[in-house]
Design a protein around this ligand. Structure first.
Ligand code: DGY
Length: 312
């Protein structure tokens, strides 16, 4: 039977399906990972992992027969893509399975920040309401929304935002056929044009701190920054300074530089709405993600087109 290395297990019923079809080596259950890789690695042809695991060149070198990697998340910042490419290893991921829930969460965070939901909630629960009504807020419907990262998730955000009457601008190197709105090649220009900015960019060195002090300044004191991409994309020190000094209006954050212990100086700010990297945290999305991760492996080893292949 084809041998698979399981770095992070799928949901129990799908893991059972994987184990019924292949010989599966559970690295997550190994006491000595190094010895386990030494004993099992040579025959492994398939790898199932999530994209946060460190799958670097040295790790991949332990798997000389590897042909296919199934990434059970949308993000794959822990995986050495250049090395996969160099070795001709194909990869599937699960972006289509979570794009709707992540896009919903982006809108949720933007709307919560725009209408000041966390403080308004506290206004009710603390009894402060009896002392006076809550200050007027700004409308969510209408205005200009910038989207940094116009992949599947960015486009799902754009579809929703159009329903709220928003004008869309997006950052991309080239036009995205079928994507609504105006393309910007420069992030600071997009931020200056937009009222609010939703970040859907992947992590990694290429995007590190792309949301810089300059971008925040361009967004301005009324602007809202939402991040459903990766924490590393935002310069958090600059974000704390901009939010504290009123140079940026508010932020809605699903992802943080240091998870699961985000910087208290950031998350306790009154103009920050937080979610615990849980945009895909629904029964529906997580079920579909695990299913797609398994279906990618099955399709690869059956010689069928993958449900979702990443072009490396
Ligand atoms: C992903 O799949 O990359 C999302 O961030 C959920 O973890």
């Amino acid at each position: 039977m084809t041998e698979i290395l399981s770095v992070t297990p799928l949901r129990p019923e799908l893991q059972a399906e994987l184990e019924a079809r292949f010989t599966v080596h559970r690295l997550d259950q190994a006491e000595d990972r190094d010895a386990f890789l030494g004993a099992k690695g040579a025959a492994v042809r398939g790898l199932v992992t999530d994209g946060g695991q460190k799958i670097d060149e040295a790790f991949l070198a332990r798997l000389p027969a590897l042909e296919f990697l199934s990434c059970a998340s949308a993000g794959y910042d822990g995986i050495d893509i250049a090395e996969l490419k160099r070795r001709g290893i194909r990869m599937g991921n699960v972006s289509p399975a979570l794009e709707d829930d992540v896009a919903d969460t982006a809108i949720l965070l933007l709307m919560a920040a725009r209408r000041d939901l966390p403080r308004a909630h506290h206004h009710v629960t603390s009894g402060a309401w009896a002392e006076g009504s809550y200050p007027l807020q700004h409308s969510f419907t209408g205005g200009r929304l910038g989207i940094a990262g116009m992949g599947r998730i960015g486009q799902a955000v754009a579809r929703r935002a159009e329903g709220f009457g928003k004008e869309i601008g997006y950052l991309a190197r080239s036009d995205k056929p079928g994507a609504p709105g105006r393309r910007f090649a420069d992030l600071a220009e997009l931020a200056a044009w937009a009222d609010d900015l939703i970040v859907c960019l992947p992590g990694g060195e290429e995007t590190r701190h792309m949301i810089s002090a300059e971008v925040m300044a361009a967004l301005g004191p009324e602007g809202i920054l939402v991040n459903v991409g990766r924490g590393s994309v935002v310069d958090e020190a600059a974000l704390i300074a901009a939010l504290t000094e009123g140079r940026l209006g508010a932020a809605g954050l699903d992802v943080f530089a240091n998870e699961p212990k985000p910087d208290p100086a950031l998350v306790t700010l009154p103009n920050v709405t937080c979610y615990p990297h849980h945009a895909s945290g629904t029964v529906e999305a997580r079920g579909a993600m695990a299913r797609m991760a398994l279906d990618n492996v099955l399709a690869y080893f059956d010689g069928r087109p993958l449900p979702h292949e990443v072009t490396l």
